[in-house]
Design a protein around this ligand. Structure first.
Ligand SMILES: Cc1cc2nc3c(=O)[nH]c(=O)nc-3n(C[C@H](O)[C@H](O)[C@H](O)COP(=O)(O)OP(=O)(O)OC[C@H]3O[C@@H](n4cnc5c(N)ncnc54)[C@H](O)[C@@H]3O)c2cc1C
Length: 406
């Protein structure tokens, strides 16, 4: 018998864990709720692109985790080291065991820097940065604003990764920074991606490809980053169609780490076997209920189904998964079905944003009627929404279980 037991245990207190627990507590107070989360800080990651673009203060992107643990939930401030689904137990790194009736896995992704030799080391040279880390997003801005011309490379990882647009958003901002500073005509901008297009959602994709062309961005598709040589300032790519190795010298490189499942999930084959994204949590794409263990659900980036990993997706997942959890606790089959909705607020310049929204299989799903606002076109209003409204909504609504949708 575990020392502590909860009716519902959230594993991870990031976007999905906090908004999920808060939304559950808004529905009912009759269940005991625990949240396992080791971090002192809660981060609003979507603003890191804006930090890299020099228009957002990094300090505003994190707040103390304690301020966002919902009233009525216990914060178990520890790291989980093992999930024992047959015993309904999570083992913490201090050896303690926590029991549950329902486990909601909200662990996010893990960065796999070591998958690409030299990538992590490159970050500490004056030519490379990433918006994917709190400590480095301000460095992106320092490097871009001081760029004197040359080759700027932007990479996309070969794994599933969070925010489908983030590796590119900073590239379009870089183009404008270089123009403003009079160095664009001495610069080349290259995107290296293992994908086949700039953006695959019909309607939005054409706009992004046109903007890339107008900005004279050279897209190299089917190219996987396999090594970075920081001393020589060279990035090595493998052409995934013919196996060729391509070496590209750089004067600036924006790196995005390969991303994988959290170790506690990946290390337990019973939790992952059969998942659409190998190694991630094997949940049903609509109910987000585990396919083997019906008392386990997933919300957010740790799920092994191919929705676009983003906070926008989580807002809708919470609205379906928490009612499913309540149905499960009441002895009923989960009836709420998440449709794969996700959103990419695609920054394509300062004051310009294409609000791409879509469902599973890249089916476009704009929230606004076209006669009101055509979100396939760059919009200033949508930019204002990204810079002002969405951060406010995150900290003041979503993390309190409000403005949660189906
Ligand atoms: C640069 C960047 C730009 C982005 N832009 C956008 C955007 O414009 N729009 C958008 O919707 N989304 C965007 N995202 C994505 C969005 O931030 C994530 O998809 C979202 O935060 C994922 O939520 P999550 O709860 O699944 O994971 P996270 O919020 O990452 O939370 C996971 C939590 O689990 C905890 N954890 C990990 N391991 C353990 C363990 N063993 N035990 C206990 N706890 C553990 C972590 O400490 C963390 O707090 C962006 C992300 C980045 C990095």
């Amino acid at each position: 018998m575990a020392a502590k037991n909860y009716d519902v245990l959230f594993l991870g207190g990031g976007t999905a864990g906090i908004s999920g627990a808060a939304f559950l507590l808004r529905q009912t107070k009759k269940y005991s709720i625990g949240i396992i989360e080791p971090s002192e800080w809660h981060y609003y990651q979507p603003a890191w692109t804006l930090v890299g673009g020099g228009i957002y203060d990094i300090e505003k992107t994190r707040r103390p985790e304690k301020d966002y643990i919902p009233a009525g939930a216990d914060w178990i401030k520890a790291r989980a080291k093992e999930i024992r689904p047959d015993d309904n137990i999570v083992v913490l790194d201090n050896g303690e065991e926590v029991g549950y009736k329902v486990l909601v896995v909200t662990l996010g992704v893990t960065y796999l820097w070591d998958e690409v030799p030299g990538m992590r080391e490159a970050l500490d040279t004056p030519y490379a940065s990433t918006n994917y880390l709190y400590d480095y997003a301000p460095k992106t801005w320092e490097l871009l604003k001081n760029f004197k011309g040359g080759k700027a490379l932007f990479t996309v990882p070969h794994t599933p990764y969070k925010c489908g647009a983030a590796p590119q958003k900073i590239m379009y901002l870089a183009d404008e920074i270089f123009r403003k500073n009079g160095v664009r005509d001495k610069s080349e901008i290259h995107l290296y991606s293992p994908g086949s297009v700039f953006f695959g959602v019909p309607g939005f994709g054409e706009t992004i490809a046109r903007i890339a062309q107008e900005k004279d961005v050279e897209g190299h598709f089917f190219h996987k980053l396999v090594e970075v040589k920081p001393q020589e300032r060279v990035a090595v790519f493998e052409n995934t169609q013919n196996g060729d190795r391509v070496e590209e010298q750089y004067d600036f490189i924006h790196l995005v780490p390969p991303q994988g499942p959290p170790a506690v999930v990946k290390d337990n084959a019973a939790l992952t076997e059969g998942a659409e994204q190998p190694g991630f949590l094997n949940v049903d794409r609509h109910t987000l209920q585990h396919k083997k263990y019906p008392n386990i659900f997933g919300i957010g980036d740790a799920c092994g189904v191919p929705f676009a990993k983003a906070g926008a997706a989580i807002r809708k997942q919470v609205g379906n998964v928490i009612p499913n959890v309540l149905e499960f606790l009441a002895g009923k089959a989960p009836s709420n079905r998440y449709n794969g909705y996700s959103g990419c607020p695609f920054v394509v310049g300062y004051g310009k944003l294409v609000m791409a929204e879509f469902l599973y299989d890249n089916v476009p799903a704009p929230s606004f009627p076209k006669w009101l606002i055509d979100t396939t076109k760059p919009s200033y209003l949508m930019w204002l929404m990204k810079v002002y409204f969405l951060p406010w909504m995150y900290w003041n609504r979503m993390l309190y279980g409000r403005m949660i949708d189906k």
